[in-house]
Design a protein around this ligand. Structure first.
Ligand SMILES: Cc1cc2nc3c(=O)[nH]c(=O)nc-3n(C[C@H](O)[C@H](O)[C@H](O)COP(=O)(O)OP(=O)(O)OC[C@H]3O[C@@H](n4cnc5c(N)ncnc54)[C@H](O)[C@@H]3O)c2cc1C
Length: 409
């Protein structure tokens, strides 16, 4: 592997792969370092939001992307106690795709890798784990990695930490996120789906628990929201009781809850909501979950990671052409993305306090609150959650140039 790049990205998740593609497409020498051997992982969210689909369109990739198997979710619905509500209807969005495309994250990442690999300046190195950062007088100068052939050092004018919410780079660089807190964790698992099942992707709020089911065609991706730290208690109560609870919230699938044969099939997402006060140091920029872990409310983590990548590329391609971006260039990226992150996290924390925590504690009568009732009844207000979830705040657009592709026929 070459030892020097203009830009080195730690982490091949949505943020890292999108930024890698955008930089390579603009002719910048970029290496993405991913510790896993492939993109096949446990479920980590399969949501590709309208704003990401808009980015794919701007890259000229939308048609090819939508040829991959996916489902299209046009409305998010919920049920509070016995009252059904529409949480978001994407039909009103001013975008080409008025739906969330549900696609396995590994298909999405493989697609980005394939597209990026068409550019000679793109270098994807799998099974390369970043273990430390190289410090020089002027700031961060690269990374220490382990590879299948042993340890190495890679130098770069700019290091991007896109290595997720437990970012090694962030930690090694001495940046600490501030925790905003979350009252819940989520148990994720799958159950098979039959053609006679309902179609809807929906969330159900009952006293003491919240249950989410996502239609993934052949199967249901299910999320069981529990109070923070309660996973062990749920496990101790036993799998039989867990299955029985599932049968009550998903009665049409009561005959299938036995598919959960052991706790291994149930993955715990320990929810974190946090963000860095400063996303950068000289020679280093954090983006995506490494800069801000999002609550699962609205399923917007992937979306924000992609938006950070687009903004970073827009602001950094020109400085990267001539060398090392200055701290001011990095500050501009944070300035651009900090406000959208704060607003979305603020709304998530509000929803956690007003909806999630009381529902989990079982302390309130279960009915949609007044603001929720008003929001779901007044057409103009109904658009608000669709915009916030589907597009986010201040959606980014691709402004970076595309180098001609030598291999294009
Ligand atoms: C169970 C679960 C369900 C979720 N559901 C949703 C959802 O429905 N919708 C949604 O939008 N978001 C969801 N999320 C959140 C979403 O996965 C993240 O917000 C999003 O993936 C962030 O992208 P990222 O590129 O910043 O980081 P990540 O996706 O975390 O990617 C980081 C990458 O860096 C790699 N890496 C880590 N450390 C190193 C290292 N030291 N060296 C090299 N590589 C490294 C990792 O292997 C990974 O590929 C979910 C998360 C989980 C865990």
């Amino acid at each position: 592997m070459p030892k020097t790049f203009r830009c080195c990205i730690a982490g091949g998740g949505p943020a890292g792969m999108m930024l890698g593609l955008l930089l390579a497409r603009a002719g910048v020498e970029v290496a993405v370092l991913e510790k896993h051997a492939d993109f096949l992982r446990d479920f980590r969210g399969d949501t590709i939001h309208p704003s990401t689909l808009e980015v794919m369109h701007e890259l000229g990739l939308l048609e090819a992307f939508l040829r991959l198997p996916h489902q299209e979710v046009r409305r998010l619905t919920g049920q509070v106690g016995d009252v059904p509500i529409t949480l978001a209807d994407f039909g009103c969005l001013p975008t080409r795709c008025r739906f969330i495309a549900m696609m396995p994250q590994w298909d999405f990442l493989n697609f980005l890798a394939e597209q990026a690999s068409r550019y000679p300046t793109f270098h994807l190195h799998m099974q390369v784990e970043v273990t430390g950062v190289l410090e020089e007088a002027g700031g961060v100068a690269g990374v220490r990695v382990t590879t299948p052939h042993g340890p190495e050092e890679i130098r770069a004018d700019l290091l991007i930490a896109a290595d997720g919410r437990s970012s090694t780079v962030r930690e090694q660089a001495g940046l600490r996120p501030r925790e905003l807190g979350a009252p819940m964790d989520v148990l994720w698992f799958r159950l098979s789906r039959r053609p006679t099942d309902p179609e809807e992707t929906t969330g159900r709020f009952d006293r003491g628990h919240i249950f989410i089911r996502i239609n993934r065609g052949e199967h249901w991706q299910c999320g069981y929201v529990i109070p923070k730290g309660a996973a062990e208690t749920v496990r101790q109560r036993g799998l039989d009781r867990f299955r029985a609870e599932l049968a009550t919230v998903m009665p049409f699938a009561a005959d299938r809850v036995g598919e959960l044969r052991e706790w291994e099939a149930v993955k715990l997402l320990s929810v974190q909501v946090n963000r860095l006060a400063q996303w950068y140091r000289p020679g280093l920029l954090c983006i995506g979950d490494a800069a801000h872990a999002m609550s699962p409310i609205g399923g917007v983590g992937i979306n924000l990671a992609i938006q950070d990548a687009v903004a970073a590329a827009n602001l950094l391609v020109e400085p990267l052409r001539v060398g090392r971006p200055a701290p001011d260039d990095l500050r501009r990226v944070q300035r651009r993305r900090d406000l959208p992150t704060r607003i979305i996290q603020g709304l998530q924390v509000l929803a956690q306090r007003r909806l999630i925590a009381p529902a989990l504690a079982g302390t309130v009568p279960l009915a949609p609150s007044l603001p929720v009732r008003i929001m779901t009844r007044v057409p103009i207000l109904r658009r608000l959650p669709a915009r916030v979830i589907g597009l986010g705040v201040r959606p980014e657009h691709v402004e970076t140039p595309a180098m001609p592709l030598a291999s294009r026929g």
